[in-house]
Design a protein around this ligand. Sequence first.
Ligand SMILES: [Zn+2]
Length: 335
Amino acid sequence: MITGYTGEKHNKNLIIEDLFKLEPAYKDYLWGGTTLKKKYDKNCRLNKVAESWELSAHPDGLCRIATGRFSGETFDNFINDVGIQALGKKYSDHQEFPLLIKFIDAQQPLSIQIHPDDIYAEKVEHGQGKTEMWYVVDCEENAFIYYGLKEKTSKKEIAERVKNNSITEILNKVYVHKGDAFFVQAGTIHAIGKGILICEIQQNSNSTYRLYDYDRRDKDGNTRELQLNKALDVVNVDKADNGCYHHNVRKHNGYNTQILAECDYFTTIKYDVTTTADIKVTDDSFVAITIVDGFGTVEDNTMAIKFKPGDTIFATAGNRQITVSGQCLLLISHM
Ligand SMILES: [Zn+2]
């Protein structure tokens, strides 16, 4: 529902075009580390930070608006107040906010897991499915992920191998490098390995079915719950490729671009900026700008925002040009 503004701050006829920084929500899952606090100077009281949910309208971890006239509002409140004009024409097809953008610091490996697609998620979880992409911001030497199956495998064998602790033997082990991008379609068995810092762009969903957790214990000696039956319901049993796609680099004056992912849910483009770059925003979709590295300024015709590594900036929908100045590496995501 779209509600207008009342009062002085909330003027009904306000111009929707806006640009602001976001303040993430943090998660301290047991496999997290301290990189997000050290590298990105994240202001968080948790000792270890596994994930920062940079752009999130998900009730499990709402981000907040950090600058401008909506400063302090949770992102879902902002959407309820401002409505679909701010998110773009493509949003009218969606019932919920479409995207979730996170940084993930895997100091220890994540569980081996699967996400449902839209059809299964709607039926069983009453929410969206989860197709995601990963950009490897940094990694240790010899860091790897598990991505899909080495060979087509029956569900019966997958279930047996979970029970006898040999599931990793049939998974595709892929060594990763800084700058790699992976596309993880819903249904693909996967796990982010140890020593990898990732920026994840995904559907707005927290539906994860844990298939195997290396028999790990938390500080109280408990194992985490597995969702084997649901995982087997949704698993893609076909042989996988390595998931890492190298897209063409387009050269522009002052910056290069590279499309990292283009799917029904989101498009993500890497901007490697040496001096200045132009980013076109349309009335089709908002644009999220995630700063992977470097310092600079983002500006439209009304305001300028300085950024540092790890920041995320949100531009509402509306036909205009945004200019980025500085030497920096950005991920631009939109519907
Ligand atoms: Zn995942």
